[in-house]
Write a new protein. Structure first.
Length: 306
């Protein structure tokens, strides 16, 4: 099989545009299109693909769709996933830049032409994170979770909503406003990275990533791909004003001041905090009732750019 497509009809773009599936079929004539509305449908699709793996699997949906699809494929294929092409189609699509430029149909059309012609595909290898059985690329607790919750509270989604809120947070952090005070709540968090405990300093949030990108053209995780089989962990120790002054450097992927950030690269991160502990995985928020989490490595995948 050349290309197969998994599409989530519940993803924002697919839900708001009834012709989305039809356009995907036109972009890759003859490619099987598996629409997965529920977890059970996704599980069945993953098992079907495991029996006849495609040369490339294209995923049409947002960050959450990518997370759920990679998790289902890892289970069905024992971690041996086919190359993935991320087409986008959700509310945030912060992972979509890993799949190239243009909208979903343009990417899929270029990919279909390359596969049919036998051309060599441009791809990169990336590890995934694994948390409580779920696979993804970016994980966060504390400030990152509260930031996404603040976006949801606005009733708007997408890059523009994220950019607007980021600007408001920056201004509020400099002035010590109410928004910053709500977002920067201290965590009683113990952190161990590869068995070594971090200093017991105030932490406002923590993020782990296996990809440099964070959406909106920003690349704050400069060490995420430094070592195959490892991920970058960042502990946010600066208060609102100090973090606001550091934010431009962090978002551009430059080294932050050591008195405002703890960072490391490792294979296993253990967290312990007050229960329940909310966490973010590629745009979706979950909760651990135990107050303890382990972040380890999931399957390494090939991401195709078109």
């Amino acid at each position: 099989m050349g290309i197969a497509i998994i599409a989530n009809p519940n993803a924002r773009r697919n839900r708001e545009w009834p012709l989305a599936a039809q356009q995907l079929r036109k972009a890759a004539p003859g490619a099987p299109l598996l629409e997965t509305r529920t977890p059970d449908e996704l599980t069945r699709a993953a098992k079907q693909l495991a029996k006849d793996p495609p040369r490339v699997l294209a995923i049409a949906g947002g960050d959450g769709t990518v997370t759920h699809t990679v998790t289902a494929l890892a289970l069905a294929m024992d971690g041996q996933l086919p190359p993935l092409a991320l087409l986008g189609g959700g509310a945030y699509d912060s992972l979509a830049p890993l799949g190239g430029k243009g909208d979903a149909e343009d990417r899929l059309k270029r990919l279909a032409l390359a596969v049919s012609s036998g051309a060599e595909l441009q791809s990169v290898q990336r590890d995934t994170l694994k948390i409580e059985g779920r696979c993804g690329f970016r994980f966060g607790v504390g400030l990152p979770v509260r930031f996404i919750e603040a976006i949801y509270a606005t009733g708007s989604t997408g890059p523009w909503a994220s950019t607007q809120l980021l600007a408001r947070v920056f201004a509020s952090s400099l002035s010590g406003g109410a928004l910053a005070r709500n977002l920067y709540a201290l965590m009683d968090l113990r952190v161990r990275l590869d068995g070594e405990e971090w200093p017991r300093v105030p932490i406002y949030g923590l993020v782990c990533s296996t990809v440099e990108e964070a959406g909106l053209g920003l690349r704050p995780f400069r060490r995420a791909t430094e070592q195959p089989g490892a991920f970058q962990a960042l502990g946010l120790t600066a208060g609102p004003r100090q973090f606001a002054l550091e934010l431009p450097r962090l978002l551009l992927g430059l080294q932050a001041r050591r008195d405002r950030l703890i960072e490391g690269v490792g294979e296993k991160l253990e967290l312990s905090a007050r229960a329940p502990l909310g966490f973010l995985l590629d745009g979706e928020i979950y909760s651990s009732p135990k107050g303890s989490l382990t972040v380890s490595l999931g399957p390494r995948v090939s991401l195709v750019r078109s």
